[in-house]
Ligand binder design. Structure first.
Ligand code: CP3
Length: 339
């Protein structure tokens, strides 16, 4: 698999390509299914998950598929009352406030509580051609906490950071519980057919380097240790993590995801030759003229200077209103590029 080869810094003829949120609302065939099915019901129906996971593969022939689900799906079996409200995004009706709230959270039994994720991974792996990789994923502990504590996420982590500093005991226990849950969930997804695993940390970059190191370095290292022998590459994507780059390699993920504010060449020099990188076209740039997108996509690849261990992607999830010709220009440019 060209995608897995690039994750392990093996030589490939061109960069592999996929993009975050590649299954979703910018696709008319996805919107058609969502008209009839609520978001969580869709996540819980393996046949439909396989269908929507395959949609961007059929349309663009990406090198990897990411299983359709959400980072918050494990909240329900943990005891958090999760819903997705129209125009609002995720809502937790019983957000975490006290130590007792954290103590009450349970660690799911993956086979029984989230068996539909394992079934969807197996079915999708069967539907995919052998040269394409299937990516399983989770959210990072801090990002999950942002939703669990705020209940309704705004545009900043201010509320979460205030709670974290005001409630150190509850915070540490919550992070321990999420880390334990995530370790089991990552292993479960690899054992159910995922060829690679990505950790999404949308909000971790809002922490100071000091707090990130103090609270999360060891926890990420634990997640890497637990998944080390599964023979699947691990991708760590922390948005807005420029200030964290120099110690990220010590976490041990095979691949670091870069957002568009982090230059590829400079980041590779900071991360060292053994760490592959993934990214990082600004998702907003897909609203431009397709020829201009093709030019920018080539410039993005050139910034990697032909080193092994590069995966083309966007710098964050694709926006729901993105014009499809822009997406096609991005993928096509990578697929016809030759190192
Ligand atoms: O990438 C893929 O194609 C796989 C599916 C996927 C979804 N969410 C589906 C989804 C993945 C990998 C995620 C990750 C996720 N979910 C993250 C981390 C990545 C990131 O974007 O920063 C976060 C923070 C969430 C939580 C979440 N889920 C939010 C904040 C929202 C609402 C915002 C929005 O885009 O509407 C969701 C809902 C969600 N998850 C949708 C999809 C396709 C839209 C729901 C719908 O179809 O109506």
């Amino acid at each position: 698999m060209i995608f897995v080869d690039a994750c392990y810094c093996r030589k490939t003829e061109r960069p592999p390509v996929w993009f975050m949120r590649q299954a979703g609302r910018y696709l008319p065939e996805f919107r058609e299914i969502r008209k009839k099915t609520e978001f969580l019901e869709l996540c819980r129906t393996p046949e439909l998950v396989t269908e929507v996971t395959m949609q961007p593969i059929r349309r663009f022939d990406c090198d990897a598929a990411i299983i359709f689900s959400d980072i918050l799906v494990p909240f329900t079996p943990m005891g958090l009352d999760l819903a997705y409200e129209k125009g609002e995004g995720p809502v937790i009706r019983n957000p975490i406030r006290t130590l007792a709230d954290v103590e009450a959270l349970r660690i799911p039994n993956f086979q029984t509580d989230l068996g539909y994720v394992g079934d969807a991974l197996r079915q999708t792996r069967n539907a995919l051609s052998p040269e394409k990789a299937l990516i399983g994923f989770v959210g990072a502990p801090f990002t999950l906490a942002c939703y669990a504590v705020s209940g309704r996420m705004g545009k900043s982590t201010e509320e979460m950071r205030q709670w974290m500093f005001a409630n150190p005991e509850a915070f540490q226990l919550l992070m321990d519980k999420f880390t334990e849950m995530l370790a089991g969930y990552l292993v479960y997804q690899a054992e159910s057919g995922a060829d690679a695993l990505q950790i999404f940390d949308t909000w971790g970059g809002s922490l100071s380097a000091y707090d990130f190191q103090a609270y999360f370095l060891e926890r990420f290292q634990t997640l890497m240790r637990v998944t080390a022998d599964l023979n699947v590459p691990r991708i760590l994507f922390i948005k807005s993590a420029a200030h964290l780059r120099y110690f990220l390699p010590s976490i041990g993920a095979e691949v670091i995801g870069l957002d568009w504010t982090m230059p590829i060449g400079h980041s590779r020099r900071m991360l060292g030759p053994k760490t592959a990188v993934q990214g990082n076209l600004d998702p907003a740039s897909l609203f431009a003229d397709p020829e201009w997108i093709a030019e920018r996509t080539r410039a993005m690849i050139e910034a990697n200077s032909g080193q092994p261990g590069y995966i083309a992607n966007l710098g964050h999830g694709i926006h729901k209103d993105t014009p499809i010709p822009g997406v096609a220009a991005f993928v096509e440019t990578v697929k016809t590029y030759q190192f």
